[in-house]
Write a protein that binds this ligand. Structure first.
Ligand code: SAM
Ligand code: SF4
Length: 440
C-alpha cells in the first residue's frame, strides 16, 4: 500500500484536459490509484501527487498544459516531496521536449500505461519515471472506473484509432484501435444502472468501428439496450465511413438509442477531404445524412469542422460553408487547423495565415450560431421528454436536463421532480444553445 512518507494515506490531485475520452481515462486512473491506497485530495495544495491528464490534439491544448505546469512547479518548489506527473496524449506525443521544458516532472505516462501508475509513482530515482509504451491489447476492460455521481455516465467502448487522418495525432498518441469486450461493457453498465445512472454514452475515437468477435457496434447498441434501468443510450464519435446499415437500423429500432448523432465532417470540399484522408466524399457524407434522417425521425446532428487545413483555398472554405447550410447542423465544434508533429500533414506545413484562419473560423461560428438559433426556434411549442440532471446553471428555481436530441432544456422546478426523473416539457423560447421550457 502507498504511504506519503509520514505513514498517512497519500492524496492525489488529478486535472483533466481535452475530450470525453480523457475524462473517462481520469476516472480509470482514479480507480487504479484508489486500489493502490491513494485518496483523492480536495485541493492541489494538499496533494502528495499532482497529475495532469493531457490533450495533444492542437497546439493550443498543449500550451495550456505547459502554462499550468509552470504554476504547479511553484507548488513543487515550496513542497519538493510532491510528485508531479503528466499523463495522456501529450505525455505520449512529446515526452522528450516535455522533460526538457519541465525538468521538475517526476512522471510521464502514456494512455496505455495506467495500470503501472502506482509502481511508477513509487520510483524514487532522480530521473522522471517514464512509460509511454503503447499496448494494442490494453482495454482496461476489467477495471471499473470511479464515476462521478450523476444521471449520465461515459463508458469507453473502444480505444485508439486506425484511421490516420492526415491532420490528426490521435493514432500516434492513443495507439491502434481495440475494442473493450462486450461482457466488460455490459457488466460496467449494469453496475452503473444499479447505482441510478439512467443514460450511458459509449465512447471511442471511431466508436462505430467497434468490433469484438462477432459483435459490431450495432450489436453492442442492442446489448446495451437490453440492460434494465438504462433509459437512454448515446455514443460519440462515430466516423462517417463506419456508419453501417446495421448501426443505422439499431438506432432506428431501439427506442433507448437517442436521436442525436455527432458526425464529424471536417470540410465541405472534396479536395480537402481527400487531402485530409478522411475516406469519404461530400456526396457520400450527404447521402449518409439523408439515410440517417429518413431512418430516424427528428434526428439532431452536430459536427466537427476544421478551417485552414494545408492548401485550403477560398473556394474550399466556401464549400464548407455551403455544406453546413445544406445539412443544417444543430451545433458544430469548429477549429483552426493546427499542424501536429508526427502526422502525415506535418511535413506539408501551413499555407493559410493565422489571420485568415481566424477570419474563416469567425465566419463558421457566426453561421452556426444562426443555424442553431433557427433550428431551436423552429421547435417552439413542441413537447419533449427531458431527463432531469439538476439545478440549471442560471435562473434560481429552474432545473435543467437534455432532450432526446441532446439539447439543453431549462424548466421550472417543482416538488417531486428530482434528478433521474424524466418529465415532459414544452418549448417556450430558445437561444442558439438552450431551450426555455414549461412543464407540459
Ligand atoms: N475521432 C473523431 C473523428 O474522427 O471525428 C474526432 C477526434 S478529435 C479528438 C476531435 C476533433 O478535433 C476532430 O474531429 C477534428 O475536427 C479536430 N482536430 C483533430 N486534429 C486537429 C488539428 N490538427 N487541428 C485542428 N483540429 C483538429
Ligand atoms: Fe483523428 Fe481521424 Fe482517428 Fe478521428 S478518425 S481520431 S480525426 S485520425
Amino acid at each position: 500500500m502507498a504511504d506519503n512518507g509520514h505513514g498517512a494515506q497519500p492524496r492525489v490531485w488529478l486535472e483533466t484536459y481535452g475530450c470525453q475520452m480523457n475524462i473517462a481515462d481520469s476516472q480509470l486512473v482514479t480507480a487504479v490509484l484508489r486500489r493502490a491506497g491513494y485518496a483523492v485530495a480536495a485541493r492541489p495544495e494538499e496533494a502528495d501527487v499532482i497529475l495532469l491528464n493531457t490533450c495533444a490534439i492542437r497546439e493550443h491544448a498543449e500550451e495550456r498544459v505547459l502554462g499550468r505546469l509552470g504554476d504547479l512547479a511553484r507548488l513543487k518548489h515550496a513542497r519538493p516531496q510532491v510528485k508531479l506527473g503528466l499523463l495522456g496524449c501529450m505525455a505520449q506525443h512529446n515526452r522528450a521536449a516535455l522533460i526538457e521544458k519541465a525538468p521538475w516532472l517526476d512522471l510521464v505516462a502514456g494512455p496505455d500505461t495506467y495500470r503501472r501508475l502506482p509502481e511508477l509513482l513509487g520510483n524514487s530515482g532522480f530521473d522522471p519515471a517514464v512509460d509511454v509504451r503503447l499496448n494494442r491489447a490494453e482495454t482496461y476492460g476489467d477495471i471499473s472506473p470511479e464515476y462521478e455521481s450523476g444521471v449520465r455516465a461515459y463508458v469507453t467502448a473502444m480505444r485508439g484509432c486506425d484511421k490516420f487522418c492526415a491532420f490528426c495525432v490521435v493514432p500516434y498518441v492513443r495507439g491502434r484501435e481495440r475494442s473493450v469486450p462486450p461482457a466488460d461493457i455490459i457488466r460496467e453498465i449494469r453496475e452503473l444502472a444499479s447505482r441510478g445512472v439512467k443514460e450511458v454514452v459509449l465512447l471511442g475515437q471511431t466508436v462505430n468501428a467497434y468490433r469484438c468477435g462477432d459483435a459490431g457496434f450495432g450489436e453492442l447498441l442492442r446489448m446495451v439496450a437490453a440492460v434494465d434501468g438504462i433509459e437512454r443510450i448515446r455514443f460519440t464519435s462515430p466516423h462517417p465511413s463506419d456508419m453501417s446499415q446495421r448501426v443505422i437500423d439499431a438506432m432506428a429500432s431501439e427506442p433507448k438509442v437517442q436521436p442525436y448523432l455527432h458526425l464529424p465532417v471536417q470540410s465541405g470540399s472534396d479536395r480537402m477531404l481527400a487531402a485530409m484522408e478522411r475516406g469519404y466524399t461530400t456526396e457520400e457524407y450527404l447521402d449518409l445524412v439523408a439515410r440517417l434522417r429518413a431512418a430516424i425521425p427528428h434526428l439532431a446532428l452536430s459536427t466537427d469542422i476544421i478551417v485552414g487545413f494545408h492548401g485550403e483555398e477560398d473556394d474550399d472554405f466556401r464549400a464548407t460553408v455551403e455544406l453546413m447550410r445544406t445539412v443544417g447542423y444543430d451545433s458544430a465544434f469548429t477549429f483552426k487547423y493546427s499542424v501536429r508533429e508526427h502526422t502525415r500533414a506535418h511535413r506539408l506545413g501551413d499555407t493559410v495565415s493565422e489571420a485568415e484562419k481566424a477570419r474563416r473560423l469567425n465566419e463558421v461560428i457566426a453561421l452556426q450560431e444562426g443555424i442553431s438559433l433557427e433550428r431551436n426556434r423552429a421547435i417552439a411549442g413542441r413537447e419533449f421528454p427531458v431527463l432531469v440532471e439538476g439545478p440549471a446553471r442560471r435562473g434560481t428555481g429552474m432545473l435543467a436536463g437534455k432532450t432526446p436530441q441532446f439539447k439543453t432544456a431549462v424548466f421550472p422546478a417543482r416538488d417531486g421532480i428530482a434528478p433521474g426523473a424524466t418529465v415532459n416539457v414544452r418549448v417556450e423560447s430558445a437561444t442558439a444553445h438552450s431551450l426555455v421550457c414549461a412543464l407540459a
